[in-house]
Design a protein. Structure first.
Length: 108
């Protein structure tokens, strides 16, 4: 599972029948900033520079931070158990706290 930001969406008019009606999102994984040997500077989320396509099980919107799961785990939700997918949005991120420091807050 990883944190990602929704950067766009995909429209595919021709696709496998089982995928009809499922929203596809472009998601960009984020990681915690590296910081120094003492952990100082680990106070921001930074892009990994990669992108994935994920099925949206929740109604996420562009710019939102989300939780994504990949691989066979992506097919373990009731909404995705019969879909030929490799990634699914399973949560909307409200806050990220690391070592007692707020790294991200949806309301900030």
């Amino acid at each position: 599972m990883f944190i990602a930001r929704v950067t766009g969406s995909i429209v595919a008019t021709h696709k496998a029948a089982s995928m009809t009606g499922h929203k596809l999102l472009v998601v960009e994984p984020y990681r915690l900033a590296a910081g120094d040997a003492n952990g100082v500077g680990r106070d921001a989320l930074v892009s990994t520079g990669r992108t994935f396509i994920a099925v949206d099980a929740l109604g996420a919107g562009e710019g939102e931070f989300v939780l994504v799961t990949q691989g066979s785990s992506a097919r373990l939700t009731p909404e995705t158990k019969t879909l030929p997918i490799d990634a699914v949005v399973i949560g909307l991120v409200d806050t990220v706290t690391v070592d007692g420091n707020d790294v991200f807050s949806r309301n900030a």
